[in-house]
Design a protein around this ligand. Structure first.
Ligand code: MSP
Length: 536
């Protein structure tokens, strides 16, 4: 069975999740569901980045003193938020767990053995908002542009350094070969330029007396491992690196790391270089030919902004995804974030657009279609799927834009390729709009009803109406499948209303189910109920 291992960043717990974190996690969840529907063996993980100074500052601000208690409570709160948003993570890693610690020590030792760790002195700026060292050239008005409300720290410390610059040529080769290690392409150029022009060795530890959290450097407790070096390793430790070799071998390398665009240097430069280094001395990290096992792809998406400014905990303009879910429903929120933001680019958040998407795309276009088609079929055909031969219903009646079975198949193939390349936004766009004439998207399906007017035609040509409605009912079954990664409960509800047992339908699997004629003429339909009731 094909395996698919995908990850989200592990989040800092200095606050509860906001819409930006929900975005990454929801997209990852939709992709995990898509790969599961295809029958693949999926490992979808997320977690919390706990060895960070930001967390301590937040705890102190909340007037608390028990760090472990704080971290545990926050990690639970994050898990709970994800569960409330329908996120089906398979594992959740906290970087304060012993299993993480064990893997980090193993990895540090491997890099050290490879000769890529040396002692040096760091002098410069540090932004606790980013948990990152900053060059003068990266500052705007002497502040970090991502955290303009935070003063920078001036550091002068003895640290351990990682020989990142030694991996410059290998990194450039990685971006150039095949071309899709970093997606989208614009981000690949950005990382490539950075590596080609600016790659330098990086400090990977902090003095323990200054930084109160973090995993001690093996053999030197006066230093703690830099939080990013530690955090990236979660992608290994969550699947058993350092604790469970068989599990690790089953899942590594990752098929997809989903991240926000602000952390691509860490994921696309530092991370593969760390792996290349450790792989020299740790056989678990190499393939049979001796090459380092690297993640297959990093996809960096854009930011949700509010009035043009990044939404962030540190900036205090966070929007709570659970409040939105309470008002509009979890699946509406999932649909909205994926549809609204072209994956890879920024998008501005707006309550009006959320409401509009709910009423127009979901209520009027998808909800109404399913409702009308089922209600008419029930009314004209005795509560049953019309007695049309699926073959004769496959080709549309008259001169219409609706592509029937052929148009659905074309739609399906392009939706599949969109999900397959992590483009949930394009998948939804295609399902709704179709792309060209002769496709069978949702808008075309609605037009087909307007054009053929089955409610009038039924008086003169019931056989034609049987064919038209069969075609549309069968299309609803396909739409349910196609939206299932994004709106799993809505998909189940559509199956149910079509008179299908949702569990049995889903068990058939993506490839087998998406074949024309799955609905049996004469089978009993369920009751039509509005999928997206009017907001009060
Ligand atoms: N702990 C690090 C990641 C370590 S991964 C080895 C971190 N955590 S974070 O809590 O700040 O989360 C950052 C991630 O949250 C971003 O990369 C992105 O996935 C998501 N987002 C945070 N704010 C966002 C928006 N405003 N819009 C979209 N996504 C955003 O960085």
């Amino acid at each position: 069975m094909k395996k698919f291992y995908l990850t989200t960043p592990i989040y800092y717990v200095n606050d509860k999740p906001h819409i930006g974190h929900a975005y990454t996690t929801i997209v990852a969840d939709a992709l995990a569901r898509y790969h599961r529907l295809r029958g693949e063996d999926v490992m979808f993980v997320t977690g919390t980045d706990e060895n960070s100074q930001k967390n301590i500052q937040a705890m102190e601000k909340a007037g608390e003193r028990d760090l472990n208690g704080y971290l545990e409570r926050m990690a639970d709160a994050w898990k709970e938020s994800w569960t409330d948003l329908g996120i089906t993570f398979d594992d959740f890693i906290r970087t304060t767990e012993p299993r993480h610690h064990a893997g980090v020590v193993r990895f540090w030792d491997a890099v050290k053995k490879s000769g890529d760790i040396y002692e040096g002195e760091y002098e410069g700026w540090y932004c606790t908002g980013c948990e990152a060292f900053k060059k003068d050239s990266e500052l705007v008005n002497e502040r970090c542009p991502l955290h303009p409300n935070k003063a920078l720290e001036r550091l002068k410390e003895k640290n351990y350094f990682f020989r990142l610059s030694a991996y410059r040529d290998q990194l450039l080769a990685l971006y150039d070969q095949g071309g899709d290690f970093v997606m989208p392409e614009s981000r690949r150029h950005e990382v490539r330029n950075y590596v080609a022009e600016h790659l330098a060795d990086i400090s990977i530890s902090r003095e323990s007396r200054v930084v109160p959290v973090g995993i001690p450097v093996p053999g030197d407790p006066s230093q703690r491992i830099y939080v990013w070096f530690d955090a990236l390793l979660n992608y290994l430790t969550v699947i058993g690196y350092g604790t469970d070799e068989d599990r690790f071998k089953k899942w590594w390398p990752a098929d997809l790391h989903l991240v926000g665009k602000e952390i691509i240097k860490f994921h696309c430069a530092l991370w593969p270089a760390m792996l290349m280094s450790a792989a020299k001395t740790d056989p678990l990290l190499r393939d049979d030919q001796g090459a380092a096992l690297l993640p297959k792809r990093v996809f960096a998406h854009g930011f949700f902004t509010l009035n043009g400014q990044k939404i962030s905990k540190s900036l205090g303009n966070a929007i709570d995804p659970r409040e939105l879910a309470d008002k509009f429903g979890v699946e509406t929120l999932r649909y909205f974030v994926m549809r609204e933001m072209p994956f890879g680019e920024d998008g501005d958040f707006s309550f009006d657009r959320l409401k509009n998407r709910y009423e127009t795309d979901l209520g009027n276009t998808l909800g109404n279609l399913v409702n009308r088609v089922i209600a008419m079929s029930k009314k004209y055909f005795d509560g049953k799927v019309p007695p049309a031969n699926p073959e004769s219903a496959a080709t549309p009646e008259g001169k219409v834009q609706w592509g029937g079975a052929h148009g659905l198949h074309t739609l399906f193939k392009s939706v599949e390729s969109a999900y397959g390349s992590a483009r949930c936004d394009s998948a939804l766009e295609i399902i709704w709009n179709g792309v060209a004439e002769g496709w069978s998207g949702l808008l075309q399906a609605n037009k087909y009803i307007e054009e053929t007017q089955p409610f009038k035609l039924v008086k003169t040509d019931p056989d034609a109406v049987a064919r038209i409605l069969y075609s549309l009912l069968e299309a609803c079954r396909w739409y349910a499948w196609l939206v299932a990664p994004v709106m799993p409960q809505i998909a189940r509800e559509i199956f149910h209303q079509l008179g299908l047992d949702p569990d049995a339908e889903i068990k058939r699997g993506w490839g087998n189910a998406l074949v024309w004629g799955g609905l049996k003429p004469g089978s009993v339909l369920g009751d039509p109920r509005p999928l997206f009731p009017r907001l009060v």
